[in-house]
Design a protein around this ligand. Structure first.
Ligand code: FCB
Length: 459
């Protein structure tokens, strides 16, 4: 007998996207370059030399995309605002065409009763800002941008996310060189991470002042790190990787300063030698730890660390187990739903945010339309089923999780992987811009309509 896993009333069943990944219209209506436009133009940085110039052309097809969401039965939608569309130079003059675009989108969502949750920064930093996140001034520029955006849309949008996954624009962008701006300098990554966290801390009171009846939080990408064996080296490497990916952000956000073991590791690695080591100014840590209304988490996989066999998939000598292909998605990420349960429980019970929202979870599979236009993506359905069950189990364990957003509504520009990876519930034919909802899109609509699912895993 199967058991129906019912979710709490008013649970948000949504999908997520980000501006640079779906909008296109990169040079239209006053938008200027972001660091990702520049990065994508740099030879060798993005697979197939892909870029976000056109991508899903959502800037022109937003109405059709909202209609599809509605038809499919989703109740919420997470998207991001393109800072270079709203304040093209990063600071100063506001571009009315940018404001108009999001006004149209937000009004349409509300008209069809889809709840909007808006990310203020999903990596498309205006290229005009000098030295990007290495410059402390960028944190203040971000707070100014937030004020403009929340004043414009806060009468209708009530849920605000300051920053998406600060780990990526700091460590991936500045230490591992895999994201814009493509630098490889650990010290600079620490500086960028601090300025991203400071930007969050400065933005929270600005959002609250501009939208007093709203809610605000940050999105972190989190996941567990296991040692492959109990060797001293692997245990220590797992501690370090967890420190960099998870604790480096969770600890300061919840008032614990940066983790001491990590500071020691970074000093030992000489990271502070390339930067001014006193980059944490008086008051910064209090500002970063400003209380928020929720913690949002993005979860995809776990990592298994083996210092003897380091693999390139995740940063930091981190390898994932050499398991058979069916246990990995096409990103090479291991399918590990228990990790989502563990991640939610750890964040909640160790840090006690008032509430948790899963703002991204999903899988890359390249299933394409058959002759009839149908996309039978059973592996994505299995992935989502097992992960939604993990969320349900965390709720049963006492965690107030209030929403789940599939990454992504539709196939899109997957950063350094370009268009080679397809995470969408909706297949996009990039030549014709035709949208084909995959089987998973309809399946997920049923989950939303029933507010839960028949459990597959042993209870
Ligand atoms: C997350 C990003 C999102 C998407 C997914 C696959 O790290 O936030 O934009 O690229 O990964």
């Amino acid at each position: 007998m199967t058991e129906f896993m019912k979710f709490p009333e008013n649970f948000a069943w949504g999908t997520a996207t980000a501006a640079y990944q779906i909008e296109g219209a990169a040079h239209e209506d006053g938008r200027k370059d972001s660091i990702w436009d520049v990065f994508a133009r740099t030879p060798g940085k993005v697979a197939n030399a892909d870029n976000g110039d056109v991508t899903d052309d959502h800037y022109h097809r937003w109405k059709e995309d909202v209609a599809l969401m509605k038809e499919l039965g989703y109740t919420a939608y997470r998207f991001s605002l393109a800072w270079p569309r709203i304040i093209p130079d990063g600071r100063g003059k506001v571009n009315p065409a940018g404001i108009d675009f999001y006004n149209r989108l937000i009004d349409e969502l509300l008209k069809v009763e889809i709840h909007p949750i808006v990310t203020l920064y999903h990596w498309d930093l205006p290229a005009a800002l000098p030295d990007g996140w290495l410059n402390r001034e960028t944190s203040f520029a971000f707070a100014e941008f937030c004020q403009v955006a929340v004043r414009a849309f806060g009468d209708r949008v009530k849920d605000w996310i300051t920053i998406n996954e600060p780990f990526c624009p700091s460590f991936l962008g500045y230490a591992y060189g895999r994201h814009a701006p493509g630098i490889q300098d650990l010290g600079k990554a620490l500086l960028a991470a601090h300025h991203l966290l400071l930007a969050h801390g400065l933005a929270v009171p600005v959002v609250r002042a501009a939208c007093p009846d709203g809610r605000v939080g940050i999105t972190l990408n989190e996941g567990p790190f296991y040692p492959a064996t109990r060797s001293v080296e692997n245990l220590d490497a797992a501690r370090h990787a967890d420190g960099e990916f998870n604790r480096w952000f969770l600890d300061p956000l919840y008032g614990r300063h940066y983790p001491l073991d990590m500071l020691q590791d970074y000093v030992k690695a000489g990271a502070l030698e390339t930067i001014e080591p006193k980059f944490i100014l008086a008051g910064d840590m209090q500002q970063i730890a400003v209380p928020t209304d929720f913690l949002a988490l993005n979860y995809y996989t776990r990592s298994v660390i083996d210092t003897v066999k380091p693999a390139g998939n995740f940063p930091n000598n981190i390898s994932t187990l050499a398991n058979p292909a069916e246990t990995h998605t096409e990103m090479g990420w291991e399918i590990f739903p228990f990790g989502l349960y563990e991640t939610i429980c750890r964040a909640y019970f160790a840090y006690k945010p008032p509430e948790i929202i899963i703002t991204e979870n999903g899988a890359s599979y390249s299933d394409a339309p058959d002759a009839s236009g149908r996309v039978s993506d059973i592996r994505r359905i299995a992935y989502l089923q097992s992960h939604i069950e993990a969320v349900g189990q965390a709720i049963r364990a006492g965690v107030p999780v209030t929403g789940y957003y599939v990454w992504s509504l539709m196939d899109n520009f997957e950063w350094a992987f370009g268009y080679a990876q397809r995470f969408g519930l909706i297949y996009v034919d990039y030549k014709t811009q035709k949208r084909h909802p995959k089987d998973s899109a309809f399946w997920y609509g049923q989950v939303a309509r029933k507010n839960g699912l028949e459990m597959k895993a042993a209870g």
